[in-house]
Design a protein around this ligand. Structure first.
Ligand code: ATR
Length: 291
């Protein structure tokens, strides 16, 4: 690990809670491997102290920050600048120091795209079912639309929320690539194609690991791939049902790795090769006590 001396830079994570974060494993291993004199630490920021935290970080010459729940949107007013993608998504997970203050970025979505590429899952030309219409699903829908998805069907318990996202994206791209349905209406989707399904609801997350947002076998028979954004547990009920139908299933742990890798690249200006990222991934798996 990096030997701390007078020239050591600090990066960190602000959130509440931060106690279970894997980000120190990502960044301290990257610093070690790339020879950067940098340490990464968690900062638990109590309710009401976010502005003080950002101002204090700038005063302390902190190079960069990650931002996690519940502050990804709340942090925006405290930034000196924001990257257009983060602005469109409305969520910032990475702060990069500039002379005026911190510039906000979103590396979650580019991280998902890089993880999908690494997993061999492509978006371009795909017919995609997106499960969920919360803040994360909205950002994923944008990512999929920006990266050449042929058609995106958003399935959600509350159709109105899905419709809002569809209207926004269809307006942005200038054609109707997004359609919406209620979860139980999946059988009305075209049956002559196989789908990539992206699971962007919170259903199935620890501790309620025995739940999936759709449990019918018939739904999973429509898929060639199921990609769950959840990483705790590493194999969700959604993934088990996907695999049982003969389709490929992936979890969200690589997305977590690559959102960190991209943040690290922004802070240091150094490109992290995928081989190095994958070495760090092995350490993340070990830290989670799984294989
Ligand atoms: P996030 O910011 O993580 O996206 P969110 O905005 O609360 O969180 O969105 C959670 C998503 O999970 C929503 O799509 C939600 O469906 P509704 O829009 O109908 O609320 C979905 N979700 C959560 N619990 C669910 C459940 N028990 N059954 C079906 N969908 C559920």
């Amino acid at each position: 690990m990096v030997e701390i001396n007078g020239k050591t830079y600090t990066c960190g994570l602000i959130g509440n809670p931060v106690e279970h974060t894997m980000s120190p494993v990502i960044h301290n291993n990257l610093a070690d491997a790339t020879g950067e004199n940098l340490v990464y630490v968690p900062f638990h920021v109590a309710t009401g102290l976010l502005g003080d935290a950002v101002k204090g970080a700038f005063g302390l010459n902190i190079l960069g920050m990650n931002v996690t729940v519940p502050y990804k949107s709340d942090v925006i007013p405290f930034l000196s600048d924001i990257d257009p993608l983060a602005e469109r998504i409305g969520a910032v997970n990475t702060l990069v120091r500039t002379s005026e203050g911190y510039k906000g970025y979103n590396t979650d979505m580019p991280g998902l795209l890089r993880a999908m590429k690494k997993d061999g899952v492509s978006v371009e030309g795909e017919n995609i079912i997106l499960l969920g219409a919360g803040g994360v699903a909205r950002a994923v829908a944008m990512l999929l639309a920006d990266n050449g998805a042929s058609k995106i069907y958003i399935l959600n318990r509350t159709v109105d929320k899905a419709q809002k996202i569809a209207d926004e994206i269809n307006g942005y791209v200038g054609k109707n690539i997004v359609e919406v349905k209620r979860n139980d209406e999946y059988s009305t989707l075209p049956q002559n194609v196989k789908y990539l399904a992206v699971q962007a609801t919170s259903v199935g997350m620890y501790p309620k690991v025995d739940e999936a947002v759709i449990e019918d076998e018939a739904f999973y028979n429509m898929l060639h791939t199921g990609y769950d954004l959840i990483f705790n547990p590493l194999e969700t009920k959604f993934m088990k049902l996907t695999k049982a139908s003969g389709a490929n299933a992936f979890h969200g742990y690589r997305m977590l790795l690559y959102q960190g890798v991209i943040a690290y690249e922004l802070w240091t200006g150094k490109a992290v090769p995928d081989e190095l990222a994958e070495e760090v991934y092995v350490k993340m798996l070990a830290a989670m006590n799984v294989d």
